[in-house]
Design a protein around this ligand. Structure first.
Ligand code: NAD
Length: 356
């Protein structure tokens, strides 16, 4: 892995920097000091990440002069809930963290979402930083300030917008990821390639991505930063990030969440690309190329659920508004657009997308 460090500035209010490179966890104290100044830190990490990286992080923070406490919780989406959030909040209170202190989210998207939410509501909002350890959190969730927990009624239904004070993305962490967790992040990054960047898409055409990861992450973050700068609160252009999500969410629901989000989005992307071709909505066909790239990266491209099952599940989605639904349509690889469609047409769109 290259030693070169890349930084990307996210111009929101207040702005923050995403730093991408090798060996950053061992240097996190010195890197965060100029941003955070004097304060106390609470590092939140799950039961898988803590044994791998917590010591490195706390040692570096302590050598930079910080007083550090650590808050651990069980790994997995099933624990991204009110009970775990409540545990983190009680911990912050028991440790007497003040308004000027900071939460450090060390982990994947679940950690960033949940520790970020805890920071956003503890004392009506304290700072947090993200140290993403999965590819998904590196390329997507660590940037943009969306935090959340799942409720019984659905995923990500409670949360706040709170931008991190800094993001340090140590590419070495990705070496310990289980292959299916790595693949989830690859799906999101390939999605970014389809949305905006054909070069990024092509970077996934390799037997070993290791040397390409810093560039992949930097390209994804640069794109996400641009979108977030334009639409911080997710009312417009940021929704184009949802390529593949209408069908993807429906597949997750129909599968009772046995399928991970990235895997479902991969299938959803192929469905939309195929539908765009069949319905004459795109200037260049892209479904076969997208499907081949996803397969090469150990991702699924088809589902056993029918168009009517998927439409029924999609129409109970929280993002639905009135009689129409917005879908993201791939125009060609590297360019997509939003299209409003009638809810009555959704089943036919899915049917077109499911045909071979
Ligand atoms: P995750 O945080 O649960 O991590 C996946 C698994 O990998 C977990 O078991 C974790 O313990 C383990 N893990 C993490 N880092 C590791 C490492 N370096 N080595 C070995 N194991 C490691 O899940 P995720 O896939 O990172 O993120 C999914 C979550 O992100 C979902 O809850 C989703 O809603 C959320 N998300 C949020 C946003 C956003 O903008 N906030 C965007 C996309 C997804």
């Amino acid at each position: 892995m290259s030693n070169c460090v890349n930084t990307i500035r996210v111009h929101v209010d207040p702005p923050y920097t995403v730093t991408i490179g090798s060996g950053l966890l061992a240097r996190c104290g010195e890197l965060l000091r100029p941003v955070l100044g004097e304060c106390r830190l609470c590092v939140a990490a799950d039961s898988n990440v803590a044994p791998l990286y917590l010591d490195t992080v706390t040692e570096s923070l302590r050598s930079a002069g910080y007083t550090v406490s650590t808050c651990l919780y069980p790994a997995g989406e099933a624990h991204k809930n009110l009970e775990t959030l409540s545990g983190i909040l009680e911990f912050l209170a028991a440790e007497h963290l003040t308004r000027s202190d900071c939460v450090v989210a060390l982990g994947g998207g679940v950690c960033g979402d949940m520790a970020g939410f805890a920071a956003g509501c503890y004392l009506r909002g304290i700072r947090y930083v993200q140290l993403p350890t999965t590819l998904l959190s590196a390329v997507d969730s660590s940037v943009g300030g969306k935090t959340a927990i799942d409720l019984k009624a659905g995923k990500n239904l409670a949360g706040v917008f709170l931008q991190p004070a800094a993001v340090l993305c140590d590419t070495d962490c990705l070496r310990t990821l289980p292959p299916e967790v790595f693949a989830d992040g690859a799906a999101e990054a390939i999605k970014t390639g389809v949305l905006s960047d054909e070069t990024l898409f092509s970077l996934f055409d390799a037997d070993d991505l290791t040397d390409r990861l810093p560039e992949i992450i930097a390209r994804c973050i640069a794109f996400k930063a641009k979108v977030v700068e334009e639409d911080e609160l997710d009312n417009g252009v940021r929704r184009t990030l949802n390529l593949g999500h209408t069908a993807g969410h429906a597949i997750e629901k129909c599968a009772d969440f046995r399928l991970t989000h990235g895997h479902a989005v991969a299938i959803g992307m192929v469905i939309m690309a195929r539908a765009a071709e069949k319905l004459g909505w795109c200037t260049e066909p892209s479904a076969d190329r997208i499907a081949a790239m996803l397969r090469r990266n150990r991702l699924p491209v088809s589902t056993e659920f029918s168009a009517s099952e998927l439409a029924a599940a999609a129409l109970s989605d929280k993002k639905r508004r009135g009689d129409s639904i917005s879908v993201v349509v791939p125009d060609r690889i590297g360019s997509c657009y939003m299209k409003k469609v009638s809810v009555n047409d959704l089943e036919a769109i899915f049917r077109a997308g499911l045909e071979g």
